[in-house]
Design a protein around this ligand. Structure first.
Ligand code: LLP
Length: 432
Protein backbone atom coordinates (compact mmCIF):
# COMPACT_ATOMS: atom_id res chain seq x y z
CA UNK A 1 0.00 0.00 0.00
CA UNK A 2 1.32 3.42 -0.87
CA UNK A 3 1.16 6.24 1.67
CA UNK A 4 -1.07 8.26 -0.65
CA UNK A 5 -3.62 5.46 -0.61
CA UNK A 6 -4.67 6.39 2.91
CA UNK A 7 -7.15 9.26 3.11
CA UNK A 8 -7.83 11.83 5.83
CA UNK A 9 -10.13 9.37 7.61
CA UNK A 10 -7.27 6.91 7.73
CA UNK A 11 -9.09 4.56 5.34
CA UNK A 12 -7.55 2.62 2.48
CA UNK A 13 -8.43 4.11 -0.90
CA UNK A 14 -8.22 2.51 -4.34
CA UNK A 15 -7.90 4.77 -7.36
CA UNK A 16 -8.80 7.65 -5.08
CA UNK A 17 -12.02 6.09 -3.77
CA UNK A 18 -12.51 5.14 -0.11
CA UNK A 19 -12.85 1.37 0.32
CA UNK A 20 -15.49 1.94 3.01
CA UNK A 21 -17.63 3.78 0.47
CA UNK A 22 -17.06 1.02 -2.09
CA UNK A 23 -18.15 -1.63 0.43
CA UNK A 24 -21.23 0.40 1.38
CA UNK A 25 -22.25 1.06 -2.17
CA UNK A 26 -21.56 -2.34 -3.75
CA UNK A 27 -21.52 -4.73 -0.78
CA UNK A 28 -18.92 -7.36 0.07
CA UNK A 29 -17.27 -9.58 -0.89
CA UNK A 30 -16.17 -7.18 -3.58
CA UNK A 31 -13.41 -7.30 -6.16
CA UNK A 32 -11.91 -3.89 -6.92
CA UNK A 33 -9.39 -3.01 -9.62
CA UNK A 34 -7.21 0.07 -9.79
CA UNK A 35 -7.41 0.58 -13.55
CA UNK A 36 -4.50 2.99 -13.69
CA UNK A 37 -2.26 0.27 -12.33
CA UNK A 38 -3.43 -2.13 -15.04
CA UNK A 39 -2.65 0.49 -17.67
CA UNK A 40 0.73 1.28 -16.14
CA UNK A 41 1.84 -2.33 -16.21
CA UNK A 42 0.88 -2.78 -19.86
CA UNK A 43 2.76 0.45 -20.65
CA UNK A 44 5.81 -0.69 -18.67
CA UNK A 45 6.02 -3.84 -20.79
CA UNK A 46 5.60 -1.91 -24.02
CA UNK A 47 8.32 0.53 -23.00
CA UNK A 48 10.92 -2.25 -22.86
CA UNK A 49 10.25 -3.19 -26.46
CA UNK A 50 10.06 0.40 -27.68
CA UNK A 51 13.41 1.11 -26.05
CA UNK A 52 14.93 -2.01 -27.61
CA UNK A 53 13.42 -1.13 -31.00
CA UNK A 54 12.07 -4.59 -31.71
CA UNK A 55 8.74 -5.63 -33.16
CA UNK A 56 6.55 -6.98 -30.36
CA UNK A 57 3.16 -7.83 -28.98
CA UNK A 58 2.17 -7.54 -25.34
CA UNK A 59 -0.64 -10.07 -25.27
CA UNK A 60 -2.69 -10.04 -22.08
CA UNK A 61 -3.38 -13.63 -20.98
CA UNK A 62 -7.00 -13.00 -20.19
CA UNK A 63 -7.51 -16.19 -18.18
CA UNK A 64 -6.10 -14.16 -15.27
CA UNK A 65 -9.21 -11.97 -15.33
CA UNK A 66 -11.66 -11.55 -18.17
CA UNK A 67 -14.76 -9.45 -18.62
CA UNK A 68 -15.96 -6.97 -21.21
CA UNK A 69 -14.51 -3.99 -19.33
CA UNK A 70 -11.10 -5.65 -18.98
CA UNK A 71 -10.93 -6.34 -22.70
CA UNK A 72 -11.91 -2.72 -23.34
CA UNK A 73 -9.05 -1.47 -21.17
CA UNK A 74 -6.60 -3.84 -22.86
CA UNK A 75 -7.80 -2.54 -26.22
CA UNK A 76 -7.43 1.10 -25.17
CA UNK A 77 -3.84 0.33 -24.21
CA UNK A 78 -3.16 -1.24 -27.60
CA UNK A 79 -2.49 -4.63 -26.03
CA UNK A 80 -3.09 -7.93 -27.76
CA UNK A 81 -4.99 -10.64 -25.89
CA UNK A 82 -4.86 -14.40 -25.48
CA UNK A 83 -8.06 -16.35 -25.20
CA UNK A 84 -8.36 -20.05 -24.40
CA UNK A 85 -12.04 -20.79 -24.84
CA UNK A 86 -15.15 -19.90 -26.79
CA UNK A 87 -16.28 -18.07 -23.66
CA UNK A 88 -13.26 -15.78 -23.51
CA UNK A 89 -13.44 -15.21 -27.26
CA UNK A 90 -17.15 -14.43 -27.05
CA UNK A 91 -16.54 -11.93 -24.26
CA UNK A 92 -13.75 -10.26 -26.23
CA UNK A 93 -16.02 -10.03 -29.29
CA UNK A 94 -18.72 -8.46 -27.12
CA UNK A 95 -16.12 -5.88 -26.09
CA UNK A 96 -15.41 -5.22 -29.79
CA UNK A 97 -11.83 -6.25 -29.31
CA UNK A 98 -10.05 -6.15 -32.70
CA UNK A 99 -9.88 -9.79 -33.72
CA UNK A 100 -6.52 -9.47 -35.48
CA UNK A 101 -4.99 -8.84 -32.06
CA UNK A 102 -6.43 -12.03 -30.54
CA UNK A 103 -4.47 -15.27 -30.15
CA UNK A 104 -6.35 -18.49 -29.51
CA UNK A 105 -4.66 -20.96 -27.15
CA UNK A 106 -5.55 -24.28 -25.59
CA UNK A 107 -4.56 -27.93 -25.53
CA UNK A 108 -7.97 -29.26 -26.54
CA UNK A 109 -9.70 -26.69 -28.66
CA UNK A 110 -13.06 -28.04 -29.75
CA UNK A 111 -14.30 -28.06 -33.31
CA UNK A 112 -16.79 -25.39 -32.30
CA UNK A 113 -14.03 -23.20 -30.83
CA UNK A 114 -11.84 -23.55 -33.91
CA UNK A 115 -14.80 -22.74 -36.17
CA UNK A 116 -15.53 -19.66 -34.08
CA UNK A 117 -11.90 -18.55 -34.14
CA UNK A 118 -11.61 -18.96 -37.92
CA UNK A 119 -14.98 -17.36 -38.62
CA UNK A 120 -13.96 -14.32 -36.62
CA UNK A 121 -10.49 -14.15 -38.21
CA UNK A 122 -8.49 -14.22 -35.00
CA UNK A 123 -4.92 -13.02 -35.48
CA UNK A 124 -3.23 -16.27 -34.53
CA UNK A 125 -4.05 -19.79 -33.51
CA UNK A 126 -1.40 -21.30 -31.28
CA UNK A 127 -1.42 -24.93 -32.35
CA UNK A 128 -0.84 -27.34 -29.50
CA UNK A 129 -1.14 -30.86 -30.94
CA UNK A 130 -1.67 -33.06 -34.01
CA UNK A 131 -5.39 -33.52 -33.39
CA UNK A 132 -5.77 -29.77 -33.62
CA UNK A 133 -3.89 -29.58 -36.95
CA UNK A 134 -6.47 -31.99 -38.40
CA UNK A 135 -9.45 -30.09 -36.98
CA UNK A 136 -8.08 -26.76 -38.13
CA UNK A 137 -7.44 -28.10 -41.62
CA UNK A 138 -11.05 -29.33 -41.81
CA UNK A 139 -12.42 -25.98 -40.66
CA UNK A 140 -10.21 -23.98 -43.02
CA UNK A 141 -11.37 -26.08 -45.98
CA UNK A 142 -15.01 -25.78 -44.98
CA UNK A 143 -14.79 -22.02 -44.54
CA UNK A 144 -12.38 -21.64 -47.48
CA UNK A 145 -10.18 -19.59 -45.19
CA UNK A 146 -6.58 -19.00 -44.26
CA UNK A 147 -5.16 -18.30 -40.83
CA UNK A 148 -1.92 -17.42 -39.07
CA UNK A 149 -0.63 -20.16 -36.82
CA UNK A 150 2.18 -20.65 -34.34
CA UNK A 151 3.43 -23.95 -32.97
CA UNK A 152 3.64 -24.38 -29.23
CA UNK A 153 6.65 -26.42 -28.25
CA UNK A 154 7.58 -27.88 -24.88
CA UNK A 155 11.02 -26.46 -24.20
CA UNK A 156 11.97 -29.05 -21.57
CA UNK A 157 12.41 -26.51 -18.80
CA UNK A 158 11.01 -27.00 -15.31
CA UNK A 159 10.27 -23.63 -13.82
CA UNK A 160 10.72 -23.19 -10.09
CA UNK A 161 7.11 -22.69 -9.12
CA UNK A 162 4.15 -24.67 -7.81
CA UNK A 163 3.82 -28.00 -9.60
CA UNK A 164 0.37 -27.06 -10.92
CA UNK A 165 1.89 -23.93 -12.40
CA UNK A 166 4.65 -25.67 -14.36
CA UNK A 167 4.03 -26.14 -18.03
CA UNK A 168 7.40 -26.30 -19.77
CA UNK A 169 8.77 -29.65 -18.58
CA UNK A 170 9.07 -32.46 -21.15
CA UNK A 171 6.25 -34.49 -19.58
CA UNK A 172 3.60 -31.82 -19.98
CA UNK A 173 0.11 -31.89 -21.45
CA UNK A 174 0.91 -28.74 -23.45
CA UNK A 175 2.67 -28.41 -26.78
CA UNK A 176 4.85 -30.47 -29.10
CA UNK A 177 7.78 -32.41 -27.73
CA UNK A 178 11.13 -31.53 -29.29
CA UNK A 179 13.33 -34.54 -28.54
CA UNK A 180 11.08 -37.14 -30.14
CA UNK A 181 10.77 -35.15 -33.36
CA UNK A 182 7.08 -34.36 -32.86
CA UNK A 183 7.66 -30.64 -33.20
CA UNK A 184 9.48 -31.18 -36.52
CA UNK A 185 6.64 -33.31 -37.80
CA UNK A 186 4.13 -30.65 -36.78
CA UNK A 187 6.12 -28.04 -38.69
CA UNK A 188 6.18 -30.25 -41.79
CA UNK A 189 2.40 -30.63 -41.64
CA UNK A 190 1.80 -26.93 -41.18
CA UNK A 191 4.24 -25.87 -43.91
CA UNK A 192 2.58 -28.32 -46.28
CA UNK A 193 -0.81 -26.77 -45.61
CA UNK A 194 -1.39 -23.77 -47.86
CA UNK A 195 -4.21 -22.50 -45.65
CA UNK A 196 -1.99 -22.25 -42.59
CA UNK A 197 0.44 -19.36 -42.49
CA UNK A 198 3.20 -20.42 -40.11
CA UNK A 199 4.30 -17.26 -38.33
CA UNK A 200 6.38 -18.53 -35.45
CA UNK A 201 7.13 -20.54 -32.35
CA UNK A 202 5.66 -20.38 -28.87
CA UNK A 203 6.62 -21.69 -25.44
CA UNK A 204 5.30 -21.02 -21.96
CA UNK A 205 7.27 -22.38 -19.02
CA UNK A 206 4.88 -21.70 -16.15
CA UNK A 207 3.45 -19.08 -13.87
CA UNK A 208 4.52 -16.99 -10.86
CA UNK A 209 8.19 -17.45 -11.76
CA UNK A 210 10.87 -15.45 -9.95
CA UNK A 211 14.03 -16.52 -11.71
CA UNK A 212 15.42 -14.96 -14.85
CA UNK A 213 17.17 -18.14 -15.73
CA UNK A 214 14.08 -20.08 -16.84
CA UNK A 215 13.04 -17.32 -19.22
CA UNK A 216 16.53 -16.96 -20.65
CA UNK A 217 16.71 -20.71 -21.21
CA UNK A 218 13.29 -20.69 -22.88
CA UNK A 219 14.27 -17.78 -25.12
CA UNK A 220 17.49 -19.57 -26.09
CA UNK A 221 15.66 -22.80 -26.74
CA UNK A 222 13.13 -21.07 -28.98
CA UNK A 223 15.89 -19.42 -30.98
CA UNK A 224 17.70 -22.74 -31.26
CA UNK A 225 14.54 -24.34 -32.65
CA UNK A 226 14.07 -21.41 -35.03
CA UNK A 227 17.61 -21.85 -36.27
CA UNK A 228 17.27 -25.60 -36.69
CA UNK A 229 14.10 -25.11 -38.67
CA UNK A 230 15.78 -22.55 -40.87
CA UNK A 231 18.67 -24.85 -41.70
CA UNK A 232 16.54 -28.00 -41.94
CA UNK A 233 13.45 -26.68 -43.71
CA UNK A 234 14.44 -23.24 -45.00
CA UNK A 235 11.67 -21.86 -42.80
CA UNK A 236 12.44 -18.59 -40.98
CA UNK A 237 10.26 -17.88 -37.94
CA UNK A 238 9.01 -14.31 -37.86
CA UNK A 239 7.64 -14.39 -34.32
CA UNK A 240 9.04 -15.82 -31.10
CA UNK A 241 6.56 -15.99 -28.24
CA UNK A 242 8.03 -16.69 -24.79
CA UNK A 243 4.69 -16.89 -22.99
CA UNK A 244 3.95 -15.31 -19.63
CA UNK A 245 4.57 -16.24 -16.04
CA UNK A 246 6.33 -13.19 -14.63
CA UNK A 247 6.11 -13.49 -10.85
CA UNK A 248 4.63 -10.81 -8.61
CA UNK A 249 5.07 -9.96 -4.96
CA UNK A 250 2.24 -11.31 -2.82
CA UNK A 251 3.86 -11.13 0.62
CA UNK A 252 7.07 -9.91 2.22
CA UNK A 253 8.49 -13.39 1.55
CA UNK A 254 8.42 -12.75 -2.20
CA UNK A 255 11.16 -10.76 -3.79
CA UNK A 256 10.71 -10.91 -7.55
CA UNK A 257 12.24 -8.64 -10.13
CA UNK A 258 9.87 -6.19 -11.73
CA UNK A 259 7.88 -7.95 -14.48
CA UNK A 260 9.45 -5.70 -17.11
CA UNK A 261 12.93 -6.72 -15.95
CA UNK A 262 12.18 -10.29 -16.96
CA UNK A 263 11.12 -9.01 -20.35
CA UNK A 264 14.28 -6.94 -20.71
CA UNK A 265 16.36 -10.10 -20.17
CA UNK A 266 14.26 -12.05 -22.68
CA UNK A 267 14.69 -9.38 -25.35
CA UNK A 268 18.44 -9.22 -24.76
CA UNK A 269 18.76 -13.00 -24.95
CA UNK A 270 16.83 -13.22 -28.20
CA UNK A 271 18.77 -10.37 -29.77
CA UNK A 272 22.07 -11.95 -28.77
CA UNK A 273 21.09 -15.38 -30.07
CA UNK A 274 19.83 -13.86 -33.31
CA UNK A 275 23.06 -11.98 -33.80
CA UNK A 276 25.24 -15.03 -33.18
CA UNK A 277 23.25 -17.12 -35.63
CA UNK A 278 22.88 -14.30 -38.18
CA UNK A 279 19.14 -14.79 -37.78
CA UNK A 280 16.83 -11.84 -38.44
CA UNK A 281 15.66 -10.49 -35.07
CA UNK A 282 12.10 -11.84 -34.82
CA UNK A 283 9.04 -10.13 -33.44
CA UNK A 284 8.98 -10.90 -29.72
CA UNK A 285 5.63 -11.65 -28.11
CA UNK A 286 4.90 -12.01 -24.42
CA UNK A 287 1.73 -13.17 -22.68
CA UNK A 288 1.58 -11.75 -19.17
CA UNK A 289 -1.59 -12.35 -17.19
CA UNK A 290 -0.91 -12.22 -13.46
CA UNK A 291 1.56 -9.33 -13.62
CA UNK A 292 -0.97 -7.11 -15.41
CA UNK A 293 -3.97 -7.62 -13.15
CA UNK A 294 -2.62 -9.19 -9.94
CA UNK A 295 -1.18 -6.13 -8.15
CA UNK A 296 -4.07 -3.97 -9.37
CA UNK A 297 -6.75 -6.08 -7.67
CA UNK A 298 -8.14 -6.02 -4.14
CA UNK A 299 -10.70 -8.28 -2.49
CA UNK A 300 -12.84 -6.56 0.14
CA UNK A 301 -14.44 -8.72 2.80
CA UNK A 302 -16.52 -8.03 5.90
CA UNK A 303 -15.70 -10.02 9.00
CA UNK A 304 -18.38 -12.00 10.83
CA UNK A 305 -17.93 -14.76 13.35
CA UNK A 306 -14.81 -15.24 15.41
CA UNK A 307 -13.74 -18.49 16.99
CA UNK A 308 -11.00 -18.80 19.55
CA UNK A 309 -9.72 -22.20 20.59
CA UNK A 310 -7.50 -21.58 23.61
CA UNK A 311 -3.87 -22.01 22.63
CA UNK A 312 -4.51 -21.63 18.87
CA UNK A 313 -4.62 -18.75 16.44
CA UNK A 314 -8.14 -17.30 16.32
CA UNK A 315 -10.35 -17.80 13.30
CA UNK A 316 -11.66 -14.54 11.91
CA UNK A 317 -14.32 -15.42 9.38
CA UNK A 318 -15.16 -13.32 6.33
CA UNK A 319 -18.18 -13.25 4.02
CA UNK A 320 -16.24 -14.78 1.10
CA UNK A 321 -13.60 -17.46 0.72
CA UNK A 322 -12.68 -20.25 -1.68
CA UNK A 323 -15.62 -19.41 -3.95
CA UNK A 324 -14.11 -16.06 -4.87
CA UNK A 325 -10.46 -16.98 -4.34
CA UNK A 326 -9.54 -20.64 -4.47
CA UNK A 327 -5.79 -19.99 -4.69
CA UNK A 328 -4.97 -20.40 -0.98
CA UNK A 329 -6.89 -23.69 -0.81
CA UNK A 330 -5.62 -24.98 -4.16
CA UNK A 331 -1.98 -23.87 -4.19
CA UNK A 332 -1.30 -22.79 -0.62
CA UNK A 333 -1.05 -19.28 -2.06
CA UNK A 334 -0.33 -16.48 0.40
CA UNK A 335 -1.61 -12.92 0.42
CA UNK A 336 -1.31 -9.84 2.58
CA UNK A 337 -4.53 -8.60 4.17
CA UNK A 338 -5.08 -5.28 5.94
CA UNK A 339 -7.80 -3.62 7.98
CA UNK A 340 -9.25 -1.29 5.37
CA UNK A 341 -10.41 1.30 7.88
CA UNK A 342 -6.93 1.64 9.39
CA UNK A 343 -4.24 -0.12 7.36
CA UNK A 344 -1.41 1.38 9.39
CA UNK A 345 -2.79 0.47 12.84
CA UNK A 346 -0.41 -1.53 15.04
CA UNK A 347 -0.75 -5.26 14.39
CA UNK A 348 -1.84 -6.72 17.68
CA UNK A 349 -2.71 -10.33 16.88
CA UNK A 350 -2.09 -13.19 14.49
CA UNK A 351 -5.25 -14.74 13.10
CA UNK A 352 -6.46 -17.19 10.55
CA UNK A 353 -8.74 -15.61 8.00
CA UNK A 354 -11.37 -18.23 7.37
CA UNK A 355 -13.88 -18.29 4.55
CA UNK A 356 -17.57 -19.10 4.88
CA UNK A 357 -17.50 -22.23 2.72
CA UNK A 358 -18.21 -25.69 4.15
CA UNK A 359 -14.69 -27.01 4.01
CA UNK A 360 -11.89 -26.95 6.56
CA UNK A 361 -9.50 -26.06 3.75
CA UNK A 362 -11.33 -22.82 3.12
CA UNK A 363 -8.79 -20.64 4.88
CA UNK A 364 -7.77 -17.49 3.01
CA UNK A 365 -4.76 -16.87 5.25
CA UNK A 366 -3.15 -19.23 7.75
CA UNK A 367 -1.33 -16.55 9.67
CA UNK A 368 -2.18 -12.91 9.17
CA UNK A 369 -1.11 -10.20 11.59
CA UNK A 370 -3.95 -7.72 12.06
CA UNK A 371 -5.05 -4.97 14.41
CA UNK A 372 -8.02 -5.85 16.61
CA UNK A 373 -11.11 -6.60 14.53
CA UNK A 374 -14.70 -7.05 15.49
CA UNK A 375 -17.69 -8.40 13.66
CA UNK A 376 -18.33 -6.03 10.77
CA UNK A 377 -14.72 -4.95 10.20
CA UNK A 378 -13.70 -4.34 6.59
CA UNK A 379 -10.66 -6.27 5.36
CA UNK A 380 -8.78 -5.73 2.11
CA UNK A 381 -6.78 -8.56 0.61
CA UNK A 382 -4.02 -7.10 -1.54
CA UNK A 383 -2.58 -8.15 -4.92
CA UNK A 384 -5.60 -10.36 -5.41
CA UNK A 385 -6.45 -9.42 -9.00
CA UNK A 386 -5.17 -12.51 -10.83
CA UNK A 387 -6.92 -15.88 -10.99
CA UNK A 388 -9.39 -14.95 -8.28
CA UNK A 389 -12.63 -13.97 -9.96
CA UNK A 390 -11.63 -15.91 -13.07
CA UNK A 391 -11.50 -19.14 -11.01
CA UNK A 392 -14.53 -18.27 -8.89
CA UNK A 393 -17.27 -20.83 -8.35
CA UNK A 394 -20.75 -21.10 -6.92
CA UNK A 395 -19.73 -23.70 -4.37
CA UNK A 396 -22.36 -23.96 -1.64
CA UNK A 397 -24.54 -21.94 -3.99
CA UNK A 398 -22.92 -18.73 -2.94
CA UNK A 399 -23.30 -15.97 -5.53
CA UNK A 400 -20.07 -14.69 -7.06
CA UNK A 401 -19.02 -11.19 -5.99
CA UNK A 402 -19.38 -7.97 -7.91
CA UNK A 403 -16.37 -6.41 -9.66
CA UNK A 404 -15.70 -2.68 -9.68
CA UNK A 405 -13.16 -0.70 -11.73
CA UNK A 406 -11.85 2.46 -10.10
CA UNK A 407 -9.97 5.21 -11.91
CA UNK A 408 -9.55 8.95 -11.38
CA UNK A 409 -11.59 8.89 -8.16
CA UNK A 410 -14.53 7.25 -9.94
CA UNK A 411 -15.89 3.76 -9.40
CA UNK A 412 -17.75 1.80 -12.01
CA UNK A 413 -19.48 -1.55 -11.63
CA UNK A 414 -18.13 -3.84 -14.37
CA UNK A 415 -19.54 -7.20 -13.25
CA UNK A 416 -22.75 -7.26 -11.25
CA UNK A 417 -23.00 -9.33 -8.11
CA UNK A 418 -24.79 -12.59 -8.79
CA UNK A 419 -28.23 -12.68 -7.28
CA UNK A 420 -30.02 -15.63 -5.72
CA UNK A 421 -32.24 -15.63 -8.78
CA UNK A 422 -29.12 -15.94 -10.98
CA UNK A 423 -28.18 -19.07 -9.06
CA UNK A 424 -31.32 -20.92 -10.16
CA UNK A 425 -31.39 -19.32 -13.59
CA UNK A 426 -30.36 -22.51 -15.40
CA UNK A 427 -32.19 -24.96 -13.14
CA UNK A 428 -35.15 -26.86 -14.56
CA UNK A 429 -37.88 -28.29 -12.38
CA UNK A 430 -38.13 -32.10 -12.14
CA UNK A 431 -41.79 -31.95 -11.14
CA UNK A 432 -44.48 -32.29 -13.80
N1 LLP B 1 0.49 -17.96 -21.64
C1 LLP B 1 0.09 -19.24 -21.50
C2 LLP B 1 0.18 -20.15 -22.61
C3 LLP B 1 -0.40 -19.66 -20.24
O1 LLP B 1 -0.77 -20.92 -20.10
C4 LLP B 1 -0.47 -18.75 -19.17
C5 LLP B 1 -0.98 -19.15 -17.87
C6 LLP B 1 -0.06 -17.42 -19.38
C7 LLP B 1 0.43 -17.08 -20.64
C8 LLP B 1 -0.11 -16.37 -18.32
O2 LLP B 1 0.69 -16.66 -17.22
P1 LLP B 1 0.85 -15.54 -16.07
O3 LLP B 1 1.58 -14.38 -16.66
O4 LLP B 1 -0.51 -15.16 -15.63
O5 LLP B 1 1.62 -16.22 -15.01
N2 LLP B 1 -4.38 -20.52 -11.91
C9 LLP B 1 -2.96 -20.44 -11.64
C10 LLP B 1 -2.20 -19.89 -12.81
C11 LLP B 1 -2.40 -20.71 -14.06
C12 LLP B 1 -1.64 -20.15 -15.21
C13 LLP B 1 -2.07 -20.81 -16.48
N3 LLP B 1 -1.43 -20.32 -17.65
C14 LLP B 1 -2.74 -19.57 -10.40
O6 LLP B 1 -3.72 -19.03 -9.88
O7 LLP B 1 -1.62 -19.43 -9.94
Amino acid sequence: ILANQINEKGHLTIGGVDTVELAQKYGTPLVVYDVEQIRNQIRAFKKVFEKEKVAYAVSYASKAFACIAMYQVANEEGAYIDVVSAGELYTALKANFPTERISFHGNNKSLFEIEMAVKNHVGKIIIDNFHEIKLLDKVLREQDAKINVMLRITPGISAHTHEYDQTGQVDSKFGFDLESGQADLALEQVLANSRMNMVGIHAHIGSQIFELNGFEMAAKKLMEVAENWRSQYGYTAKVINVGGGFGIKYTAEDNPLKPEEFVQAIVETIKKEAKEAAFPVPEIDIEPGRSIVGPAGYNLYTTGSRKVVPGYRPYVTVDGGMGDNIRPALYGAKYETVLATDPKAPLTEHVRIAGKYCESGDILAEDQALPATKSGSLLAMLDAGAYGYSMASNYNRNPRPAVVFVENCKAKLVIKRESLEDLVHLDQSYED
